[in-house]
Design a protein around this ligand. Structure first.
Ligand code: ATP
Ligand code: LTN
Length: 333
């Protein structure tokens, strides 16, 4: 008998154009996983509004992200691709789970501390509650696997804790999810400041490579990437963070291992290496950008994907929500 496929869930916020960090840590990995799992991939627009968004830009980034998912190779026929706000069960389960989560736990979250420092004028309830909404996302789909970048590990741990807490208080209700992290690429760093993760909302856009950057921009940004005073292309994350980060990026975009890349640039200068990284990235991005642009012109197609995704996601999500409501004593009509 064929083994049952496990459910897999992940999401990205439509907060800006994606960076190659998002691609390496998340989307690229999803493409490889889509055959082995029952996949649900969301556009987390409800998470996005925890920091102020311009409505027109949010709308545009949402469509761009949907088109980008598909252009990167995620197949909307195989996977459920949808917009988080189209499935009201997310907000509903989040409310229930809030009552099984402690304020102290949320205040200790690294991302909350970082984002409240960055947006000190707008430390809203949504920002604090962000991990509970993420737990609701995951738990609604009886998710067993969650492929994300390292920075999301703490949030995933909380989702597991909440699931276990609820299951113990009632009876088994939620699957307890496991994280899937890519080796090497789980944390891509800012190319101007390798101590920081590459982020789509970084203050200096020259430290991030965006999926929408054209060839010249990509090559120019890599040319200025921070390296070190040696002249040796060698992986050593601790002592050579800049070069090691570039090696991780090169390895993913060229399809070569780190060792092969080190051998390729033995005896060559950093200038040659940085140019090669830029070219490898640009070569991969160009066809993705062309496909994304083509998809963005076909609004009917994109709307159809969203509609079908919302229906299929709602079906699974509502089953879990009904189970939860029954267990906690909510009368259902
Ligand atoms: P923002 O800057 O708006 O907070 P972000 O760039 O951190 O955004 P998210 O939408 O929070 O992006 O994350 C989307 C996915 O990309 C997540 O799985 C996250 O773990 C992954 N990711 C984000 N940044 C990196 C990175 N630098 N390296 C690897 N993976 C990353
Ligand atoms: N918080 C995540 C995006 C996200 C997510 C999820 C990831 C929202 N809901 C559920 C995995 C599972 C981030 O990457 N910043």
């Amino acid at each position: 008998m064929e083994e049952r496929k496990k459910n897999l869930y992940s999401a990205v916020q439509p907060t800006n154009n994606l960076t190659i960090g998002n691609y390496i840590g998340a989307v690229q990995n999803w493409v490889e996983l889509q055959d082995g799992y029952n996949c649900f991939f969301a556009i987390a627009n409800m998470h996005a509004i925890t920091v102020r968004q311009n409505p027109a830009e949010l709308r545009q980034h949402t469509l761009e992200l949907l088109a980008l998912y598909i252009a990167c190779g995620i197949n909307p026929e195989k996977c459920v691709l949808y917009l988080q706000s189209h499935v009201p069960a997310h907000a509903e389960l989040c409310w229930v789970l809030n009552n099984y989560t402690y304020v102290g736990e949320m205040e200790r979250m690294t991302q909350y501390k970082d984002k409240s420092a960055k947006h000190a004028d707008n430390i809203n309830m949504g920002l604090l509650d962000y991990p509970v909404l993420m737990a609701a996302d995951i738990l609604l789909y009886q998710t067993e696997a969650v492929p994300v970048g390292r920075d999301q590990r703490q949030h995933l741990e909380i989702a597991r804790d909440i699931a276990i807490r609820f299951n113990n208080a009632y009876s088994p209700t939620f699957a307890v999810p496991e994280g899937i992290y890519v080796k090497g690429g789980a944390k891509i760093c800012d190319i101007l400041n390798p101590a920081k993760k590459m982020s789509k909302s970084a203050e200096n856009p020259n430290g991030s490579i965006f999926m929408s950057d054209d060839r010249d921009t990509v090559i120019r940004k890599f040319k200025r990437a921070v390296t070190d005073s040696e002249a040796e292309v060698r992986y050593d994350a601790e002592n050579k963070p800049g070069i090691s980060n570039l090696l991780s990026i090169y390895s993913v975009f060229s399809g070569k291992t780190i060792e092969q890349a080190e051998a390729e640039f033995a005896g060559k200068g950093y200038g040659d290496f940085k140019l090669a990284v830029g070219e490898a990235v640009a070569d991969k991005l160009t066809p993705i950008q062309a496909e994304q642009a083509k998809l963005l012109k076909d609004r009917d197609y994109l709307n159809g994907v969203l509609k079908s995704g919302a229906e299929r996601a709602s079906y699974t999500a509502n089953k879990t929500l009904a189970k939860v409501y029954k267990k906690i004593g909510f009368i259902q009509l």
